[in-house]
Ligand binder design. Structure first.
Ligand code: HEM
Length: 133
């Protein structure tokens, strides 16, 4: 299984980037008053990308030794992921003013960036490492 590790990681990272990009595009379009972000085809495309992302994540989890997560980076990453999903769902609710929607989208995007930073750094502090000593 380790033979496939680099490919699985590439798929996981590719799906993560696609998922984040689609989220931002949909959010911006929604803020501009467009209707396509709520179209069924767009929603199902998003679910499919997220399924690929999570499948890759589960595969990586089973391949890698548990010691790799000893400093808790994965737990913190998942906590930010839950916040990202929750804020994203709230941002896409129909009965939402543009001000509140913008704030929710920005908060969700910041959580997504932190998920990415934590994954890259293998450290719960993620991008905050840059500001530390
Ligand atoms: C928005 C969601 C996610 C994003 C943006 C994301 C991002 C990334 C990135 C960029 C990497 C590569 C890190 C490196 O260069 O070593 C990675 C690896 C990994 N991710 Fe995710 N991920 C997400 C969701 C998840 C979830 C839900 C899980 C587990 C439940 C997970 C588990 C892992 C694991 C185990 C690795 C392997 C780390 C390594 O090989 O060094 N990821 N992720």
């Amino acid at each position: 299984m380790m033979t496939f590790y680099p490919y699985i990681k590439l798929v996981h990272m590719g799906a993560a980037m696609t998922s984040g990009t689609l989220f931002v595009l949909r959010a911006l379009a929604l803020l501009a008053g467009m209707r396509w972000p709520r179209a069924a085809v767009v929603r199902y495309t998003s679910y499919t990308i997220d399924t690929v992302l999570l499948t890759g994540a589960m595969m990586l989890l089973t391949i890698l030794p548990a010691g790799m997560f000893a400093n808790g980076w994965l737990t913190v990453k998942i906590a930010f992921l839950v916040a990202y999903v929750g804020l994203g769902i709230a941002a896409f609710r129909p009965a939402r003013g543009n001000g509140a929607r913008t704030a929710l989208v920005v908060a969700a995007a910041l959580c997504f960036l932190q998920v990415y930073g934590i994954a890259r750094a293998h450290d719960p502090r993620g991008w905050l490492l840059w500001f530390g000593s």
